[in-house]
Design a protein. Structure first.
Length: 125
């Protein structure tokens, strides 16, 4: 990522060790990262901040990633933000959704830093 302005990324995963790793990957690539461990908190953050990209897990308590994505896409202020689903539970339905939504990307856990950053860069283009 070679832009002068740092991309502002919202990172959502209920597993703190995963968010620490993702945050480290992103900060080493010159990104500003806001981390939350719940989709509910992420939704509140969207109303208070401007994000260039959202990275979310699917399986989280209370409000899961799929429900969160639906809420984001229905909101006029946030519907065009690119979203990456980063989950171990990616299936054909998610791949199909990504084919229909040019702003939706998927990456299946586990993945390495290089693969993650490649998807981040693609989503930010």
């Amino acid at each position: 990522m070679s832009s002068d302005a740092k991309p502002h990324i919202l990172l959502i995963d209920d597993e703190e060790e995963i968010t620490r790793a993702y945050k480290s990957y992103l900060e080493s690539s010159n990104c500003d990262v806001f981390v939350t461990n719940s989709a509910q908190e992420a939704w509140q953050s969207l109303d208070q901040n401007k994000f260039d990209l959202i990275v979310t897990d699917l399986h989280m308590p209370h409000l899961n990633g799929e429900e969160f994505i639906k809420i984001v896409r229905k909101n006029i202020d946030h519907k065009y933000i690119p979203i990456i689903i980063a989950s171990g539970c990616i299936n054909a339905i998610h791949d199909s959704q990504a084919e229909r939504d040019a702003r939706l990307f998927v990456i299946k856990k586990p993945f390495g830093k290089d693969d993650f950053l490649k998807v981040i860069e693609e989503a930010l283009d």
